[in-house]
Structure formats: C-alpha cells, structure tokens
Design a binder for this molecule. Sequence first.
Ligand code: EPZ
Length: 424
Amino acid sequence: MDKIVIEGGSRLEGSVKINGAKNAALPIMAACLLLNGPSRIKGIPNIVDIRTLLEILENLGGKVNRLNGGTLEIIFRDGENEDNYTAPYELVRKMRASICVLGPLLSKRRKAKVSYPGGCVIGERPIDLHIKGLKALGAQIETNEGYINASADNLKGTVISLKGKYGSTVLGTCNVMSAAVLAEGTTIIEDAACEPEVQDLANFLNKAGAKISGVGESRLTIEGVHELHGVEYEIIPDRIEAGTFMIAGAITRGNILLQNVIAEHLTAVIDKLREIGVEINTDSNTARIKVNNLYHPVDITTMPYPGMPTDMQAQFMALLCTIEGKSIITEKIFPDRFIHAAELRRMGADITVEGTCAIIRGAPSLSGTHVMVSDLRAGAGLVLTGLVANGTTHVHRIYHLDRGYEKFEERLSSLGAIIKRMPE
Ligand code: EPZ
C-alpha cells in the first residue's frame, strides 16, 4: 500500500489538463450493454473505478479494447451472452457505482442479478428509488442473499417520480433512463437528476438512437425504441476534478490554468470561490485561478445540481480551514459526510460538527501530521490541506484517491507542489 507525502508551503503555478468525468464515464460504459455493436468512448480517465467497471463488463461478456489516449472500445452484440446477467459481490463490493449496470442489464437481458451495494463511509446509500423506478416500468425485483434479483418480460413506459428525501438520485436516474430507452411506449421521469453526468448519459444514448427529450431538466421524456447502435462519443470534462484543482490553486494562493473545463458546470463552485475572494477567469474551455491575498469566510450548503456539489464539500472545508473567521458548511445530500473533519482537526483545524453542519473557525496556520483517507473526496481535501500545512503531511490509505483521480500527485507536482507517492 502507498501513501502520499507532502511538504507544505509551495505556491502552485502552471497549467493542468482536466480528464473526462468519472461519474459520466461509469454509467455511459454500463449503457454499452444496451448497444448492438462497438462503441468508442474518448476521454476515459485511467483510474481504479473505471477498471473495476471494465472487469464487470468483461465478466458480462463485453469485449474491451484499450486504445491510445484514454479511448476505450466496448463491444456488446444483440443476442450474445443473454444468460449472463450477474454482477458478483467480489466486483460490486469494490465500487458502489457498479449498481449502474442494473438498469441496462434488466432492459437488455430481461434479468439482472446485482450484488446489493450496501452503505459506505459517506453515509447511508439506499437504492430504494432505483428499485421504485424499475418496478414502475414493470420489473419484478426482490433482494435475496445480498443480491438484487430483477426480471421483466416486457418493460413498459409510464410516469415515474424519482424524488427522495434529499432530492433526486443521480445513478437512480441513470438506471431508470437506461431501462426506459428500450421499453415499450413513453416513459416520463419526474424529479430526474439534472447533473451534467446524467445529461452526458442521455446525450450518449440519444447518439446511439434513443429518443430522450428534456435533457438537463427535471422532467425527462423517453420514447422507447427497438434498437440502439454503437457510437463514437467523448465524455465531458470532470467538473469535480476541475473544482479540486481550482481549490489547489486557491489554497496555495497560486496562479494556475485549467484546460478542458466547462465553466458552466461549475457555476456554484466558481461563484463560491469568487465570494471567498479568489480571482477566476473562464473562457470556452479554460479557467485561470489567481491569487488574492484577502480571503473571506463563507457559508456553503451542498445541493443537487446546479447547487454546490457534495463532492466538493471536503475540498472547500480544507480551504475554509485556512481562512480566518467563521464559515459554516451544511451538507444536504449526505448528512454524515464529515469524517474528514476529524482528520483535519489532527492538522490543527478548528471544526465543530453539529448534525448536518460543520462550523469552521479558520486558523492562520495548520501543521503536517499523519492522516487517513476515508473516501475519495475526503482524500482530496486532506492532500489540499497538506499543500499548505507547515512541515510534512503523510496521507495514508490513498487507494481511495486512486479510485477517482488519475496521477493526482504527479499533476500537483508538475504545478510545483512538493509531493510524492511512497510505499507505506
Ligand atoms: C452519485 O452517487 C455520485 N456517484 C456521487 O459521487 C455523488 O456524491 C452523488 O451522486 C451525489 O451527487 C457517481 O455518480 C458514481 P444519489 P449516487 O443517488 O447516484 C439519496 C464521488 O465521490 N438516495 O444521487 O449514488 C442518497 O442517500 C461519488 O465521486 C435515496 O434516498 O448518489 C443521497 O442522500 C461519491 N434513495 C441522495 O439521494 C436512492 O435510491 C443523492 O444520492 C438513492 C439515493
């Protein structure tokens, strides 16, 4: 197992290219199960979660060719592997997002047996809305011995609401939309998630022959079609990776240029950084982050898109820990997603967690120490804090980071950070 070791204090300068979005790539790759013939998908990041899903797809009979420069060819053909519909525990347990094969499998192979993904360290991760949506389309679903067993002779379009206690569901919308594209008749999904990653899946499916309208809105209308064909497609840039590098620039009071960014996907993040006092200039596919010496504390509430993403909460917490004054973060998507607060406290941060709120009293200086990563974005937050902490920070359990950031430490190092990966 490796750790990341950081000497704090370097100001980041230079430029960095943002990769394709992990959370768009995963449901799009799973949707290849629905297609007849090869698809070429560009901009796939080389990270552990992608490799896990590829194993699942290969296990389901897909052929995968890794082409140059982050392009994958994924081939499924109608009529092949119809009796192969299981996503086993050994693979699903590695990544909760494996649930995104449920809708495509059920639609295409009429049966799906997917290991129940369970909870995780960011809190409860129910899938009741996925099941509700698929049942509304006509599926029979039961859970047995840790597996979701779904079957349907014929999926039929209907009206479905995916509204949950904390808003809609991203992967639930992906699953129900993927199942509805080949269903008989018209499906209307009310309270659909509007995240750019859901839009990217809809655009991919439409390019493959689906008829989805209302893309990016909370009401999706899907007219069922008989067949989908392979396509060439490029994944959108990863807005969370971009936001993470923006905060790397801001926290080190640096000056960095991000390439391959859709600023519109980051409106809430950019607005909040500007409120803090960070200067950000954007154009059609870049964003420049510049130093501004006087930063202000702010209040942040995570919300579904276009609000502040929960996947940026830990990184913002890291930044707010370095800004004098009181900031409050309210987590409205995953109320328990504050495990990183305890690790930040070990670095000298003053954070009090009260229910779904974290109250941060920024300290002028933090100190390096040993910290543990609890989940992907928490890990990003800890590495960002290490960039400015006095002395050496050892970030342990970085396999969480490797799930979602490609060569994170190498790219930070190319911007001037003193950071390296070492064996434990
Ligand atoms: C996606 O997870 C992302 N994962 C998460 O990113 C992200 O944090 C999350 O959306 C919210 O934006 C992928 O896209 C692979 P949800 P997902 O279903 O779809 C509740 C990362 O770090 N809910 O939109 O699983 C749920 O408890 C990861 O890259 C139900 O109540 O999240 C939560 O409160 C972590 N019932 C809210 O909805 C359900 O059936 C949103 O969860 C499903 C969800």
